[in-house]
Ligand binder design. Structure first.
Ligand code: ADP
Length: 225
């Protein structure tokens, strides 16, 4: 039986009078790949922010890997976020650092040995198809390559949960497909992947569990058999 990684239970998030999420509940298993979809304003980003503990729910509870996020203190957040990767649509690479330095950043902060860092960085760069590009700077890379670096940086710490907010929004369709295949490969290696997107084409080409939000509520939750 697959083990539970994420449990979102009756979560509501209200910003003043506006409900961004309302009574949202779902579970994700370890190694599961799921789309979070819905039109702009449906609540996708809010859900990812709650899962990354950037915001707290107004009501309800969120468990990730046995952590109950509403009870985490600020001092617990760095340790929690070491187990969770977050990928942005606009990559958010540091322009003054080369590929190796961008990717190794999360490990440098953990105080890991240089040798182990090098081994891990080489491993993830080869996973994302960028072996040999360690010394390049972000502005010498294409959009698709920059997104691969961002993915490498997000998975180098071997997270149990990987969150991505419209990660293919700035990519052409071939690059978007390659990135999707990469996310599915990462999930098959045991990381739970939760990908917010409204790209119908990609979702039909790479079918998977699809949680659709509408006005902050779950409209449908389709699990592939
Ligand atoms: P999506 O990612 O699906 O486009 P969001 O999660 O960004 O949707 O937004 C859901 C709803 O919550 C929208 O109505 C948005 O205006 C509102 N919202 C999101 N963040 C905030 C905020 N910080 N303050 C006030 N309202 C917000």
């Amino acid at each position: 039986m697959a083990s539970l990684m994420v449990r979102v239970s009756h979560v509501t998030k209200r910003y003043s009078k506006r409900f961004a999420l309302q009574d949202v509940s779902f579970d994700l298993d370890a190694g599961e790949f799921a789309y979070i979809t819905g039109v702009s304003g449906a609540g996708k980003s809010t859900l990812l922010k709650l899962l990354f503990a950037m915001e707290k729910p107004t009501e309800g509870s969120i468990h990730v890997n046995r952590n109950e996020l509403t009870t985490l203190r600020n001092s617990d957040l760095p340790e929690y976020r070491q187990k969770v990767g977050f990928i942005f649509q606009d990559f958010k690479l540091l322009p003054d650092l080369n590929v190796r330095e961008n990717v190794s950043l999360p490990l440098d902060m953990k105080g890991m040995s240089k040798k182990e860092i090098q081994r891990r960085v080489e491993g993830v760069l080869s996973l994302v198809g960028l072996a040999g590009r360690e010394k390049d700077y972000p502005n010498h890379l294409s959009g698709g390559e920059q997104q691969r670096v961002a993915i490498a940086r997000a998975v180098v710490g071997q997270p149990s949960l990987l969150l991505a907010d419209e990660p293919t929004g700035n990519l052409d369709s071939q690059n978007a497909r390659d990135i999707l295949a990469l996310f599915q490969e990462i999930a098959s290696m045991g990381t739970t992947v939760c990908l917010a997107t409204h790209d119908e084409f990609l979702m039909s080409e790479y079918p998977a569990r699809t949680i659709e939000l509408r006005n902050g509520q779950i409209e449908s939750d389709l699990v592939l058999e």
